[in-house]
Ligand binder design. Structure first.
Ligand code: NDP
Length: 309
């Protein structure tokens, strides 16, 4: 990554210029940087931010100059003081939600929203397994599960992280570096297994996650922090009890304005009410973005991280 000055043209038709007050850091940024998710180079990085609309292009109806807005958009380039974006991707922030919170929660919070309400419609009493429960997505998931009355079994890479996830509402947390998470899930569920596994770790946990599912359970493979999921045969789903599997991405769930607004209203609701608190545990200046990536990849962060432009 290189820090460079670039000319920003005026916003084009349908675009708005956002002056960032805060930028979100996400694991997807690492995938783009390493090339796991290829992109043309040179390019910007970063998919999330919050700030003020400074100018709008022709035909923009969604926002106006001076609006406080935030976004999570699959268009790299958020690591910047200002940028132009399609206005249809911007959401006007409720007064109670500050810029730091917004930049920390848009991508991770909208993800938990669709994972818990759309990928599977969780209901009170369900028992689920959620990996990396002390991370950015993870701490939001722990709290949101509690709101829904869902028993969330979390995993985390240290006892300190496990305690943090527990303090945020996880019913049980397994340190998967010192304990066999498959055995522990079987113990906790009295041998039954869970109805849904949310696995963002990928390579290291995929097979074990399948082993944690009850018959007809749903494997939600939504990330690859340890590397891509290895090839597997469909019969592995049959032999474990007719399992289901999906590989969702936020940007398909939020691909039209109506869905995006509905998901955002739900997220803004649980955050405004205080039921879900966005824990920002790291802040880095934009000039120190390399350190931020090193820490995120090195499993040194907990909760959410923001970049200060
Ligand atoms: P996190 O804050 O959760 O950071 C990733 C965590 O993964 C680490 O802190 C670490 O926690 C755990 N981990 C386990 N193995 C490794 C490894 N080998 N290398 C690095 N980390 C590892 O990140 P985010 O909250 O930004 O994202 C969480 C996951 O969700 C990511 O995989 C991301 O890609 C995915 N995601 C997917 C979306 C989708 O729509 N599909 C949208 C948003 C996020 P520990 O030490 O406790 O194991």
């Amino acid at each position: 990554m290189e820090y460079v000055d670039v000319e920003l043209p005026p916003p084009g038709p349908g675009e708005a210029r956002v002056k960032h007050e805060a930028i979100g850091l996400n694991f997807i940024d690492v995938y783009f940087r390493t090339g796991l998710y290829p992109q043309p180079l040179p390019n910007g990085l970063g998919v999330e931010g919050a700030g003020i609309v400074e100018a709008v292009g022709e035909g923009v109806t969604e926002v106006k100059v001076g609006d406080r807005v935030a976004y999570a958009a699959r268009i790299n380039g958020a690591y910047a003081q200002q940028r132009n974006l399609p206005a249809a991707l911007l959401l006007v922030l409720p007064e109670r939600i500050g810029f730091d919170t917004a930049a920390a929660m848009m991508l991770q919070g909208l993800t938990v929203q669709y994972l818990f309400h759309r990928t599977v419609a969780l209901k009170a009493g369900d028992t689920i397994l959620f990996h990396a429960a002390a991370g950015g997505v993870g701490l939001i998931a722990c709290q949101w599960a509690k709101v829904l009355g869902v028993n969330l079994i979390g995993t985390a890479g240290s006892d300190e992280k496990a305690a943090l996830a527990k303090a945020h509402g996880a019913a049980h947390v397994i340190n998967y570096n010192t304990e066999n998470f498959v055995e522990r899930v079987r113990e906790i569920t009295g041998g039954k297994g869970v109805s849904v596994v949310y696995d963002s770790i990928g390579k290291d946990t995929f097979t074990g996650s399948l082993d944690c599912l009850a018959p007809l359970g749903m494997m939600v493979s939504f990330g690859n922090a340890s590397g891509p999921v290895p090839a597997f045969t469909l019969s592995e789903l049959a032999s474990r009890g007719s399992l289901f599997i999906t590989r969702p991405a936020l940007f398909s769930y939020a691909s039209n304005r109506a869905n995006l607004e509905e998901m955002a209203t739900s997220l803004f609701g649980v955050v405004s009410s205080g039921e879900v608190q966005i824990e920002i545990n790291q802040r880095y200046g934009l000039a120190h973005i390399a350190q931020a990536h090193t820490d995120l990849e090195g499993r040194k962060t907990t909760g959410s991280t923001i970049i200060v432009p």
